[in-house]
Design a protein around this ligand. Structure first.
Ligand SMILES: [Zn+2]
Ligand SMILES: [Zn+2]
Length: 178
């Protein structure tokens, strides 16, 4: 298939721009400096508003073709948020001192977690817990210290199946009683 004259010209332009990228950037920066302040932001804003559909499609397509990258970025952001949350609660299990982020959870101290969880779920939707939204919620509420604490999943589970007190603590109090 032979290229039309128009295509040939466009290709030539692209090649020239690629070969003279630095010059183009400089030219554009100089030109921009002469425009009114905020020109570039306004232009971008306008473009975004006028191409919402297209940009959304492009983003979806990008995420589809960059799934691994996308997953990694998502995980990194979630881990960062989790770290931030746990650090607001001492950064370690309040019971056994575990610090491995992967093991840490946020525990409802007063053992009325179920009721409160239900309330939050009704208010914010089903996936509220286990998602990052709970961490956001804690942050937005300035990390309430009286109601929540950091526990590792072991102690959290231990507490749940042992009437609200982790077996670690029970052993301790049993020893103290002797
Ligand atoms: Zn623990
Ligand atoms: Zn424990």
């Amino acid at each position: 298939m032979t290229k039309t004259r128009d295509e040939t010209r466009k290709q030539y332009e692209r090649d020239w721009k690629a070969a003279n990228a630095a010059k183009c950037r400089e030219y554009r920066a100089n030109w921009l400096a002469k425009q009114e302040p905020g020109y570039e932001e306004k232009r971008k804003e306008k473009y975004r508003n006028e191409n919402r559909e297209l940009l959304r499609k492009k983003a979806t397509e990008y995420n589809r073709t960059h799934t691994e990258q996308h997953k990694k970025t998502g995980k990194k952001i979630r881990d960062e948020l989790k770290k931030q949350t746990m650090n607001a609660y001492d950064g370690k299990c309040a019971c056994c001192g575990e610090t491995e982020l992967a093991f840490l959870t946020i525990d409802h101290i007063l053992n009325n977690g179920a009721t409160h969880r239900r309330e939050l779920r009704e208010e914010h939707g089903k996936s509220f817990f286990g998602g990052t939204r709970f961490y956001h919620w804690l942050r937005d509420n300035n990390y309430p210290q009286e109601e929540y604490q950091c526990l590792c999943s072991n102690c959290n589970l231990g507490k749940r199946i042992n009437d609200g007190i982790c077996p670690h603590q029970q052993k301790k109090s049993d020893r103290e009683a002797i």
